[in-house]
Design a protein around this ligand. Structure first.
Ligand code: Y39
Ligand code: FE
Ligand code: FE
Ligand code: FE
Length: 230
């Protein structure tokens, strides 16, 4: 009942909604494109998991096509330039890490941070999405859990030798997530996605992932504090 009430109060055809959607939809399209490229890069770095990582990269391009259809359905043109700038810092850090073979940093950026961000955003969007986008997003979010799981399993199996690099990569990249979230706070609210809910859901997913990998509660508290003031 609550979900129906929330949905019916949104006018998906209003100029205000479509303007905000042009940026959030673009972020998701660009994010899926970059995730596609990141898993291809990871497949080169982790040849023993090549087939699985290529499979994940193909899922990301299907997600991108799905979200492009969501924009077309609302007659919205995605602002892809805005989206490129939105991801620029994380993108640069992934490229730098990949170029020096730092697979642990690459996995933290894509399979932990970006996937947890996606899971939080999609879960919070779904109850307020238009019916077309809701169906698409429900299918996508299931896949994102499997991408997060890939990162968790690999990092858990290599925890001892990855721990220091994970802490450093967390310190460098978590503050960027808060900066990204702040930059779309108003647009997200127009889509009925509250920043507080996004932060809470992200931290639950990310903290649980760090725990599954092998970090202690004390480690997770310390790691979570980075950049919260941003
Ligand atoms: O792994 C994936 O598919 C992730 C790339 C997609 C990124 C989604 C980014 C969502 C951020 C939305 C922010 C809305 C407030
Ligand atoms: Fe995806
Ligand atoms: Fe993904
Ligand atoms: Fe989990």
């Amino acid at each position: 009942m609550q979900q129906l009430a929330a949905q019916s109060s949104i006018d998906y055809q209003s100029e205000t909604y479509k303007d905000a959607y042009s940026r959030i939809n673009a972020i998701v399209i660009e994010g899926e494109q970059e995730a596609h490229e990141n898993y291809i890069k990871l497949a080169e770095l982790l040849v023993e998991h090549q087939d699985e990582l290529i499979r994940l990269s193909k899922m990301e391009s299907r997600h991108k096509k799905g979200f492009e259809a969501c924009g077309r359905n609302l007659q919205v043109t995605p602002d892809l330039q805005f989206a490129k700038e939105f991801f620029a810092d994380l993108h640069a850090n992934f490229q730098t890490a990949a170029a020096s073979g730092k697979v642990v940093t690459c996995l933290l950026i894509q399979s932990l941070i970006i996937e947890c961000f996606a899971i939080a955003a999609y879960n919070i969007y779904i109850p307020h999405a238009d019916p077309f986008a809701r169906k698409i997003t429900e299918g996508v979010v299931k896949d994102e859990y499997s991408h997060l799981n890939f990162g968790e399993v690999w990092l858990q199996e290599h925890f001892a030798e990855s721990k220091a690099e994970l802490e450093e990569a967390n310190r460098q990249n978590l503050p960027i997530v808060w900066k990204m979230l702040n930059s779309v706070e108003d647009d997200a609210r127009t889509l009925a996605m509250e920043k507080e809910a996004l932060v809470e859901d992200f931290m639950i997913q990310y903290g649980e992932a760090l725990s599954n990998i092998g970090f202690t509660t004390r480690d997770i508290m310390r790691m979570s504090a980075y950049g919260l003031a941003a």
